[in-house]
Design a protein around this ligand. Structure first.
Ligand SMILES: [Zn+2]
Length: 160
């Protein structure tokens, strides 16, 4: 790998998501590729949930972090294949649970938005007796659920 590209990966993999500050862009599978053209580095990112306002914040953050190490970068968005919650790493899912967010279920490969498992697990007590309270939780990427056993409300990261 070209040296600048390697340096860029090193910096970018530790950047965190503005809405989920305990998750890195690497955990989320947002950074798809870093390459070089004649003048600049090109960072290809896969925007997570469409309409998630965080993406412009992420773009600015990537550009400014790379500037700090002397790399000028162009950020490009890639929509094909579209970002999928399946790209969230195992580590990322674990961190979500630790932070009280129920992670998205893996989907079947050939369907979009159709999770394999419909039951949402309570991140506090691991009960599956939960109900959806609202389509939108603290951000548009999450739905608000309530656990029928421990009665705690929690966010469930949507499956896309
Ligand atoms: Zn519970």
């Amino acid at each position: 790998m070209e040296k600048g590209t390697e340096k860029a990966w090193d910096v970018l993999k530790d950047l965190t998501d503005p809405e989920l500050p305990f998750l890195t862009l690497d955990d989320l599978g947002v950074i798809r590729e870093i390459k070089r053209n004649d003048k600049n580095h090109v960072v290809i990112i896969a925007p997570t949930y469409i309409g998630c306002p965080a993406i412009s914040v992420i773009e600015e953050k990537i550009a400014s972090e790379l500037k700090k190490i002397g790399i000028s970068a162009i950020i490009e968005k890639s929509f094909s294949p579209p970002w999928s919650s399946d790209w969230i790493s195992e580590n990322g899912r674990k961190k979500m649970e630790e932070f009280g967010i129920s992670p998205p279920h893996p989907r079947k490969a050939d369907t979009i938005g159709e999770p394999l498992l419909k039951d949402v697990k309570c991140p506090q007590c691991t009960s599956y007796r939960t109900e959806k309270v609202s389509e939108f939780g603290s951000t548009a990427c999450k739905s608000l659920y309530r656990c029928l056993d421990c009665k705690e409300p929690f966010d469930h990261f949507k499956c896309v």
